[in-house]
Design a protein around this ligand. Sequence first.
Ligand SMILES: *Cc1c(COP(=O)(O)O)cnc(C)c1O
Length: 379
Amino acid sequence: MKQETKFIHAGAEPDPTTGAIMTPIYQTSTFVQESPGVHKGYEYARTQNPTRDALQNALAIVENGRYGLCFASGSAAADAVIKLLNPGDEVIAANDMYGGTYRLFTKIFEKYGLKFHFINMQDANEVSKVINKNTKLIWTETPTNPMMNITDIAAVAAIAKQHNIPLCVDNTFASPYLQNPLDLGADIVLHSATKYIGGHSDSVHGCLIVNDEELKNKLAFIQNSCGAIPGPQDCFLILRGLKTLHVRMKRHCENGEKIAYWLRNNPKVDQVYWAGFEDHPNHEIAKKQMRGFGGMMSFTLKDDSLEAAKKVLSSTKLFSLAESLGGVESLIGHPASMTHASIPREERLKNGLVDSLIRLSVGIEDADDLIEDLEQAIG
Ligand SMILES: *Cc1c(COP(=O)(O)O)cnc(C)c1O
């Protein structure tokens, strides 16, 4: 089945009792048993729910994986992955990642005796240098948030395999439409489905997709034991979002390209970070592993004062100033004070995340209207 058909039909069976074409919202906490242990496969809704099952199956199919697991948020999904580890274990992670994941690793899990090494994952060889006998997980995000750096997933996966260490890829920015890390050798794919998969800024949700059955069983055990599961209503919304992901992503890519070039040609703009530019340092890898470059980008102004950036951030009318990304509507954000405030300033600066950096999540409105809005804001 072609990818675009999968987004609509993945895991979708008409409801067996009524024929409802859309998976119903099974708003129930428990399921009646005929006699102890005799039931229809559902016992208690933390453990299984039919709406969640439909979504888990659909997500597995669109990521070319065997098993999907849904969580209350992308952060809850990341939390479940780290709970696979034991005190003393070490993790090698990209030094340029979502601020909340960095916070989870350093502020929550370091105190349980885990050690995190943050390195530049644009060079896969850097990974080999940090691997030791305690390394139990490699974690990357590509494209990265907000610097739009690219990790060569196949190259890092090859190193991980050689040392028998699982590789987890946060695929939130690319979405399953643009990139499938399992096909490139990753072991776990993570999404904050809050973003592109949901696509309508109306739900917070996360998921993991894996191929290995033993790994799935361990993660399902954590999912059930720790209980950070999504409710059926949210699963329904994410499942509905998934059905139009391919149509939306195409438009995000088209609008993203137009706006990236427009910014680049604007005399007031200094740097534009977007992996679709031929002179982006990781462009060739991006082209190799992605089917498009998406609608996320960051830029700085020639006037690098915080005031100049703040003026732009508070002057746009179509681009709303807000956290999050990947919705149909365009958003503008200030990573240093918003999404990445939980990363210490000196760490941010090391990765080029200057105080005046502006991030855009380009939506699917008319590109000319979006450009006009940026034009009046940048002046
Ligand atoms: C938003 C985000 C997360 C966290 O997901 P939540 O659903 O907000 O918990 C993780 N990774 C990336 C890249 C994100 O953008």
